[in-house]
Design a protein around this ligand. Sequence first.
Ligand SMILES: Nc1ncnc2c1ncn2[C@@H]1O[C@H](COP(=O)(O)OP(=O)(O)OP(=O)(O)O)[C@@H](O)[C@H]1O
Length: 254
Amino acid sequence: MGSGKILKINGIGKSFGGLQILKDISLEVEKGERIGIIGPNGAGKTTFFNLLVGDLEPTHGEIYHYDTNITKQPNFKRVRNGIVRTFQKNNLLNELSVLDNLLLVLQRKQGSGQVWFKLRGEKQYPKLYEKADELLETWGLSHQRDSIVKNLSYGEQRQIEILLGVATEPSILLLDEPTAGMSQSETNYIVNLLHNLPKDLTLMIIEHDLDVVFGLADRMVVLYDGGVLVEGEPDQVRNDERVNKIYIGSGDEI
Ligand SMILES: Nc1ncnc2c1ncn2[C@@H]1O[C@H](COP(=O)(O)OP(=O)(O)OP(=O)(O)O)[C@@H](O)[C@H]1O
């Protein structure tokens, strides 16, 4: 059973062919928690997210969203229920403007049985455009409103992608390396944005920049060798001998 937690993960694992990537992961997440997920390259962090959002099915174990067993629920249903992820790579419509990308997300959110990919006109849907402009202003991005996505820098595109995730008003937002490949000022923008998200939004963040993730998280989960090596408050994890051991020689400092 789910026991009132927004997410309850009971002993999930994932194998590809004969190769067991995730062995046995259990985790309970409270609404509004900010969970940082770290671990060496190839530890299975992205695979873990794929299981949570329904892009992959676990080989064993169960996932509950509150009291609903979502282990086999398809991705689109989880998105509809507020479980949303952003990718390591940009997932935007590059030939369209920032505004149009945002309008499509807002349309899809509102749309019941609508053709989400057909942009609606401003005259017929002034409220939709008002909402998009309001969001762009809140995010300090009004100047990029009409920029074509492909003409933006990589870091700017990633910012927009994260903001589109936020625009869907999710209850759980999973961010896969939100600051990867960003300049320091772009990273600062994202950190600031994440700090200012509504407090009842649950965040799970995979991040290689340890300063970023330790600064944002209430709780850290360290994945290693297919399982949870350590889980706890950031200070506790930062000082954990086992965690320091796996990061020694990796070039990262805890
Ligand atoms: N669809 C797949 N088929 C086969 N192997 C896969 C598949 N997806 C992931 N893997 C393997 O699973 C392992 C874990 O990959 P994953 O991307 O989850 O790790 P990660 O911790 O996110 O790594 P990184 O920090 O480098 O992004 C890797 O060895 C990868 O090659």
